[in-house]
Ligand binder design. Structure first.
Ligand SMILES: Nc1nc2c(c(=O)[nH]1)N[C@H]1C(S)=C(S)[C@@H](COP(=O)(O)O)O[C@H]1N2
Ligand SMILES: [Mo]
Length: 454
């Protein structure tokens, strides 16, 4: 894993360049001003960023310049040298088509998840649907029931929105008493972010004429699991989308081809794939995935259910668990992702001293509501053990909680909606591993959550 590294002597040149007021330390243990990587790009203070290697002569002509390249292809694939950038599938303990595969967030950049790496959650495999044989039925408490073919749907004006989809069970190894050793994406990667294109659901619902008594919409999928779930009508009429395209191309089969629901910012389970019917109803249907699942007991004895919104979360993706700061002490770019189901991310703070001091990270444009936001901050690692954390705040003022705050609020029956601050420990050798902050460590048996989905 490559981590941007700047040699110490270059760093010193940058830091001592008198006309650069922005390069002050921004927080304890070497966090520098976020503008280091922004103003004037990478050549701040006139100093080159990468190690100056002496170039003796023109390099030899590489082998691949001596013969014609490969022919054109119908559909491009990643370089074979990138084969490690892959989804990680859960061991299928119950039924081979029931499980998840995680997005390798720690191996990706920017904010868009490539389609072949979007996380997956299937309850009974991926149906292979012929789009000409697939229709959407809109019925129930409506004035005019509708059958909508995919071709019909494509005649409506389309709209695009970049947003994340996150499983309510994402990160739930965080409830374990022992910190998970999985790499960042294989722990937190039941979330992906795409540009979805489709028809606003409100357009079709308005055409069907929803009765004023219909407060809910029951969505059904065309998979062998026949997944169904209840959606509040207010959300359906607000920003829900009947999505046909994902990052410019038609949906992938794994992600709902030919039609899925996108409910920006809401639990993944409500984003019904292979959508085949929508029924307007007065009451929720109390399906498996809103009663036996996605419901959890609170310390008060009451149960949380219909917990739709995915709260603000952030995660340093580099450096992160399993990586090594191979170049030794020096300047590194700490980067990661933040997102909130309530709207825009307004701030991400980073700490290198286990939460004693925090510095604001730079938020890379675009900063979009209910979408991944990429953050970056320069960090001068002095070679001593360090504790890295990030903390997101969204436009509603919601601040990502400490792990102990989350445990106090939710108790030990938590399984879903784990969004606590993630702590990476860097040892003297530069090895990064996942830890819980010292005061949060607990004794006793593990909850045994090792297959965190549902
Ligand atoms: N029809 C159907 N829709 C479904 C599911 C399913 O198994 N069947 N899984 C749900 C769950 S739990 C999640 S988290 C998301 C996952 O979407 P993805 O596989 O495109 O990432 O789809 C939801 N929609
Ligand atoms: Mo999910």
């Amino acid at each position: 894993m490559y981590i941007l590294y700047i040699p110490v002597n270059t760093l010193l040149k940058i830091l001592t360049s008198a006309n650069n007021k922005s390069l002050h330390l921004a927080a304890g243990n070497g966090l520098l001003d976020r503008r280091l990587f922004l103003q004037g790009g990478l050549a701040l203070g006139g100093a080159p960023l990468l190690a100056a290697t002496t170039v003796a002569a023109t390099p030899a002509r590489p082998d691949w310049m001596n013969r014609p390249g490969e022919p054109f292809s119908h559909y491009g694939q990643p370089s074979p040298h990138e084969s490690e950038v892959a989804r990680f599938a859960s061991p299928n303990r119950v039924w081979r088509n029931n499980g998840v595969s995680w997005t390798p967030l720690h191996r990706l950049e920017g904010i868009i998840t490539p389609n072949g790496l979007h996380y997956e959650r299937h309850h009974n495999g991926v149906p292979q649907i012929d789009p000409d044989a697939h229709q959407l039925l809109v019925h129930g408490l409506v004035r005019q029931p509708l059958f909508v073919s995919m071709d019909n749907l494509l005649r409506y004006p389309l709209r695009s929105q970049i947003c994340f989809v996150e499983c309510g069970g994402n990160s739930n190894a965080g409830w374990n008493k022992t910190p998970s050793r999985a790499e960042a994406g294989y722990f937190h990667g039941l979330v992906s972010c795409s540009e979805w294109t489709g028809v606003p659901l409100s357009v079709i619902l308005t055409e069907a004429g929803i009765d004023s008594t219909a407060q809910w919409l029951i969505a059904d999928g065309a998979d062998a699991f026949a997944m169904n779930i209840s959606i509040p009508m207010a959300k359906a009429m607000d920003d829900a989308m009947l999505a046909l395209y994902q990052n410019g191309e038609r949906l992938r089969p794994e992600n709902g081809y030919p039609l899925r629901l996108i409910l920006p910012g809401w639990e993944g389970v409500l984003n019904v794939k292979w959508l085949r019917s929508l029924k307007a109803a007065a009451h929720p249907i109390m399906a498996r995935n809103e009663t036996a699942r996605y419901t959890e007991l609170l310390p008060s004895g009451k149960a949380r259910m219909f917990t739709f919104t995915m709260e603000a979360k952030s995660l340093i993706t580099s450096p992160s668990g399993g990586m090594v700061l191979q170049q030794g002490p020096g300047l590194y770019q700490v980067t990661g992702l933040a997102w909130s189901g309530r709207g825009r991310i307004t701030q991400v703070e980073v700490s290198a001293d286990g939460g004693e001091t925090w510095a604001p990270a730079a938020l890379q444009e675009p900063v979009l509501p209910k979408a991944f936001t990429r953050f970056r901050i320069p960090w001068q690692w002095d070679g001593a053990p360090a504790i890295l954390q990030s903390r997101a705040t969204d436009e509603t003022g919601y601040v990502q909680p400490e792990r102990e705050q989350l445990l106090a609020a939710r108790g030990r029956h938590g399984f879903y909606h784990y969004n606590a601050i993630v702590t990476w420990s860097v040892d003297k050798a530069g090895s990064v591993s996942h830890v819980y902050a010292a005061q949060q460590e607990q004794s006793g048996a593990d909850l045994g959550i090792d297959a965190g989905w549902d």
